[in-house]
Design a protein around this ligand. Structure first.
Ligand code: NDP
Ligand code: 8X3
Length: 259
């Protein structure tokens, strides 16, 4: 069967890390893409670079996925071909803090839940509505090994990713008979991202967590997302769990040095 490529891809959180690498892979493969994030200048630069290098079209939308009304109005205001999103990559997300449960900050918890869970819900609700009308579409959620296992001091980040895992399944069972595929990818530790710097709130020393083992790179994950998206329409990949070879699960690392 001929592989059916989607035409319009929307990637949330494309200003850095996995989202940015994913935008590049899709651009390289000829897709027109919508990139989102809160940092306007970065979005502008990425749009310029991808359009020049790959001769594709990029639409950049600057909004916070936690802002329900901003999500709705940005999606409702899409014009022409951009209205018909064929692939939504729900990537925007973050961890904040590495704290024992009783000491963690309520504000950090709320930010993680609002971004990783509610932001994903807002995006998916409005995009899937349009997909159902066209009986076509694919949603790929970025989960984590933290969506399958919990680890010490990971409490609410792990819970938010367990929610993503549940929502991927819930969305699939409600959407599969309407022609919509729902998948997820669950990476372990990934470098070439701002994940650790964000988690440690800008403390570059604490954020150096990848020095004594080889984690995944953002490109490794982007390639897997592309693989999931480029399967023929009759194939749905439910989840791909991947880690660097020096990581065995959410807690077990070989930190004897980079191989
Ligand atoms: P980065 O910090 O590099 O990227 C996060 C992206 O999300 C940025 O583009 C950021 O854009 C965007 N973002 C964060 N909050 C918001 C918000 N409120 N509204 C809109 N955009 C937002 O980290 P990663 O690339 O690592 O993270 C991407 C996803 O991958 C996350 O869901 C993360 O949980 C997941 N993940 C990461 C792993 C890792 O080890 N790095 C492993 C497994 C999963 P901006 O700041 O411009 O808004
Ligand atoms: C990010 C990977 O191990 O920090 O989801 O939870 S980890």
């Amino acid at each position: 069967m001929k592989v059916q490529l989607q035409k319009i891809v929307l990637i949330t959180g494309a200003t850095s890390g996995i989202g940015k690498a994913t935008a590049k892979v899709f651009a390289k493969n000829g897709y027109d893409i919508i990139i989102t994030g809160r940092r306007k200048e970065r979005l502008k630069q990425i749009k310029l670079r991808l359009e020049q290098k790959y001769a594709i079209k990029v639409l950049s939308l600057c909004f916070d996925v936690r802002d329900k009304l901003a999500v709705k109005s940005n999606l409702n205001n899409l014009k022409g071909k951009w209205k018909n999103i064929d692939l939504l990559v729900n990537n925007a997300g973050l961890a904040l803090g590495v704290d024992d449960f009783h000491e963690a900050s309520l504000e950090d918890w709320e930010t993680m839940i609002d971004t990783n869970v509610k932001g994903l819900l807002y995006m998916s609700k409005w995009v899937s509505n349009n997909m159902v009308k066209r009986s076509n579409g694919h949603i790929i959620n970025i989960c984590s090994t933290a969506g399958h296992e919990v680890y010490p001091k990971g409490n609410v980040y792990c819970a938010s990713k367990h929610a993503v895992e549940a929502l991927t399944k819930a969305m699939r069972i409600d959407l599969f008979d309407k022609g919509i595929r729902v998948s997820q990818v669950s990476p372990g530790a990934v470098e070439e991202t701002e994940f650790s710097l964000v988690r440690y709130k800008g403390d570059a020393e604490k954020a150096k967590i990848y020095e004594d083992y080889n984690p995944l790179t953002s490109k490794d994950v982007a390639k897997v997302i592309y693989f999931i998206a480029s399967q023929p329409k009759h194939v749905t990949i439910h989840d791909i769990i991947l880690t660097g070879t020096q990581q065995a699960n959410a807690t077990l690392f070989d930190k004897s040095g980079r191989t």
